[in-house]
Design a protein around this ligand. Sequence first.
Ligand code: ATR
Length: 264
Amino acid sequence: MKKYLVIGNPINHSLSPKLHNYWLKKNKIDAHYEKKKLDNKDLKNLIENLKEAKIDGINVTVPFKKEIINHLDKLSFEAERTQSVNTIYLKNDIVFGHNTDIEGFEKSIKNINFNPINKKVLILGAGGVVPSIIFALKKMNSSEIIISNRTKNKAEDLKKLFPDLKIINWGDSSDFDIIINATSVGLQNTDQIKLNYINDKKNKFFYDVIYNPKETNFLKNAKKLGNSTTNGKMMFIYQAAAAFKIWHGVDSEIDEGTMKLLDD
Ligand code: ATR
């Protein structure tokens, strides 16, 4: 039986095993997908295990998406540009790293028939998933991308990858057509993003990468004010489906059962 893993730290919350094992069963593929909490020092051995075919594929989540790159042989163009890897596989004895978060974000936007072309985007946060969101938005021809992060130097670091980013201080106001919450504020039901200038916006598009809870206060408030909203559920599903396709060559069906898996 083939073995697949998602690694991270923490990893307990990960719903990737649920999704992948559901699709494996549906497609009658003899494989199992597990989650594993690791430390930096374990990464080398992990990749050795892949080379020895003890593991057949790996998903990577926070905080290893950049760090893992040191242990890989070859990166896809997307992984190289974002310095972020979430999907690993072995082909002809070469360890490849790819980034399916980009496809996940892009498809999640297309799924709701939203077109970011010529739109001004404000991203809150500068963590692991942000380079992928920036890459996808640039591909979809957004006119301007602005980053606001509590720790400003992390936003400045992103400018090394994407020099035309605009950085503003956390709390400073900005105009936007689309605002994306990519911080972890909202994971707790009581969390509030305390940025006054977002509380008078209407007819804008609010996207929260968080999908559990289903509707963060960020989205609840935005909806009340008359904005469109969406959460990160489809992004998560599409990035998983893209990894599934790489490993198994099969398009996973995103049916009602798939959607329900993430609701409990
Ligand atoms: P990592 O930063 O390890 O990649 P992440 O979950 O991908 O982890 O990112 C967490 C994001 O949420 C960061 O942008 C973080 O801001 P800092 O860089 O200043 O830490 C942001 N964040 C977390 N708690 C926050 C809070 N209370 N207020 C504002 N931003 C917060």
